[in-house]
Ligand binder design. Structure first.
Ligand code: ITT
Length: 193
C-alpha cells in the first residue's frame, strides 16, 4: 500500500510508562479521528489524594520535557469497603499485593469504581477531564487482562473487564477520552487546524 512505510506524524502524544494504557487510548482516540503517538517515559508523581492534581502535574512535566502537545492519564481503583483504597496508590498496590491480595481483603461489600483523569498540556493551556465507572470486585479472577481487569465487573454487566469484548466502549478511560476529544476537536477547529 502507498504510504505504508512512511513515518507517521502525530499531532498528540501519550506519555506513560504503561503500554497497555497507551494501546487502549490509541484505539479509543482513533475512533474520534485523533492520531495518538506514544512517548514511553515514567513521569514523576507527586504524592496526593487527588488524581487530578497528580495527572495535571504529570502533564505539565511531560510538556516541558518533550515540547509537544501531550496527554497523560492517572487512574485509580477505589474500593468502598476499604475506604477508597488503593485509589491514588493503585499502581503500587497492583505491583505489590496484586489481584490476589485485593481479593483476600474483601468480604460481602464488593462495590468499587474506576476513575480516569486525562490531562492535556501544550504551550498555551493545561486542562483535565475526569470520568468514572461504577462496578464490583469479582470473587475470583476471570479472563486474561492487564492490571485489575480480571477482578473488576462494571455495574449491570456480569463479566470482568478482562472477559468483556467491548471494554474500550464503556471504560473509565473511554469516558474520559470522549470528554477530552470533544474539547480537543473543537479547539483544533477554532484554531483553524
Ligand atoms: P503511568 O506511567 O502512566 O503513570 P501507571 O501504570 O503508573 O502508568 P497509574 O498511575 O495511572 O498508571 O496507575 C494506575 C494503575 O491502575 C495501573 O498501573 C493499573 O494497574 C491499574 N489500572 C488503570 N487502568 C486500568 C484498566 O483499565 N484496567 C486494569 N487496570 C487498570
Amino acid at each position: 500500500k502507498v504510504g505504508e512505510d512512511m513515518p507517521q506524524s502525530f499531532d498528540l502524544f501519550f506519555v506513560s510508562s504503561n503500554y497497555h494504557k497507551y494501546k487502549e487510548a490509541k484505539k479509543i482516540l482513533h475512533s474520534f479521528n485523533i492520531n495518538l503517538g506514544f512517548l514511553k517515559y515514567e513521569l514523576e508523581e507527586i504524592q496526593s489524594y487527588s488524581l487530578k492534581e497528580i495527572a495535571s502535574k504529570k502533564a505539565v512535566q511531560a510538556f516541558q520535557k518533550y515540547k509537544k502537545p501531550v496527554i497523560v492519564e492517572d487512574d485509580g481503583l477505589f474500593i468502598d469497603s476499604l475506604y477508597g483504597f488503593p485509589g491514588p496508590y493503585s499502581s503500587y498496590v497492583f505491583k505489590t499485593i496484586g489481584n490476589k491480595g485485593i481479593l483476600q481483603l474483601l468480604n460481602q461489600n464488593r462495590k468499587a469504581k474506576f476513575v480516569s483523569i486525562i490531562s492535556f498540556c501544550d504551550d498555551k493551556i493545561s486542562k483535565s477531564f475526569e470520568a468514572k465507572i461504577d462496578g464490583n470486585i469479582s470473587k475470583t479472577q476471570t479472563g486474561k487482562g492487564w492490571g485489575y481487569d480480571p477482578i473488576f465487573v462494571p455495574k449491570n454487566l456480569n463479566k470482568t473487564f478482562a472477559a468483556l469484548t467491548n471494554k474500550n466502549e464503556l471504560s473509565h478511560r473511554y469516558k474520559a477520552l470522549k470528554k477530552f476529544s470533544s474539547w480537543y476537536l473543537r479547539k483544533l477547529k477554532s484554531n483553524g487546524q
